[in-house]
Design a protein around this ligand. Structure first.
Ligand code: ADP
Length: 260
């Protein structure tokens, strides 16, 4: 006789944990998939001055000119390296290692990954920073949260708009605060109560990738944030926009290591 779901033993804690990890990983890959075209474009933008200044430097023997060309090449290569570093960090994060992390730098790397996708959809990004907040986090996971919030914000502005990413201390000065505020369609109060529930989605699709929403993004985000002893909240006004606020316990910046 065929077995039914009721006959099967309840999954063990280890099995549930393995599925949870898979879900977080899938969600991350899905965010990268949405951004793939934009990331290639950004990378190309970084490579163009490298190629051009290398050609110009080869043609022009003037040492001052060559010095300037080298500086431009270095600038472009550093930008390209930050972009590929960000993609690799997200695609293959190290084991759940938490380290004191400069949140402004972390957010800046996310803006490099998402910038082209936003501008292609006529969304202007305002990046505001205050102070120098550090938190003990798994950087790839917190970047995954920010990416998700920024992609959701862009999807809420089908006719373009503005998204403001702010990083700084919160009002108490004890927590770091990262917020993503959009000028999009907003969330109806009846939906706002459910947005962090797994599989809740209002996206019927198809989106850029030919899919609708999965309703898993925000539930994964909240889980990541709470596993860092942080909080993720949403406020929204229908027709005016939505703000997601992520708070994390701050930590001291790591002491600078001297070189002997
Ligand atoms: P998905 O994006 O796959 O639908 P999420 O869990 O990321 O799944 O989001 C759940 C729902 O929350 C979305 O379907 C949408 O209704 C709502 N939502 C999330 N972010 C925003 C936003 N910035 N503006 C408006 N609605 C949003």
């Amino acid at each position: 006789m065929a077995s039914t779901a009721q006959d099967r033993p309840a999954p063990t804690w280890e099995e549930v944990e393995a599925l949870r990890r898979q879900l977080v990983a899938l969600q991350r890959v899905s965010s990268l998939g949405v951004l793939a075209g934009g990331i290639c474009h950004e990378l190309n933008n970084a490579l163009t001055p490298i190629l051009n200044y290398a050609k110009l430097g080869l043609r022009n023997p003037d040492p001052a000119y060559r010095q300037r060309a080298f500086e431009k090449i270095l600038e472009g290569a550093q930008r390209a390296s930050t972009i590929t570093g960000g993609v690799l960090g997200l695609a293959r994060p190290r084991a759940d290692r938490r380290e004191p992390t400069d949140l402004i730098r972390l957010a800046h790397e996310v803006t490099l990954l998402v910038g082209k996708d936003l501008s292609r959809h006529r969304v202007r990004l305002e990046f505001q920073v205050e102070g120098q907040p550090y938190a003990r986090v798994n950087p790839a996971q917190i970047q995954q949260v920010l990416l998700n919030l920024l992609i959701n914000a862009r999807q809420a502005m089908p006719n373009g708009g503005t998204v403001r990413l702010r990083v700084g201390p919160d009002a108490t000065g004890r927590m770091a605060e990262l917020s993503v505020a959009d000028t999009g369609v907003g969330i109806a109060p009846a939906d706002l109560r459910h947005i962090f529930e797994p599989f809740f989605t209002t996206k019927t699709g198809p989106d850029d990738l030919g899919q609708g929403g999965t309703g898993l993004g925000l539930s994964v985000c909240r889980e990541i944030v709470e596993s860092h002893k942080g909080r993720l909240r949403a406020e929204s006004r229908t027709g005016q926009g939505t703000t997601f606020t992520l708070r994390l316990p701050m930590c001291a910046a790591p002491a600078k290591q001297g070189v002997a």
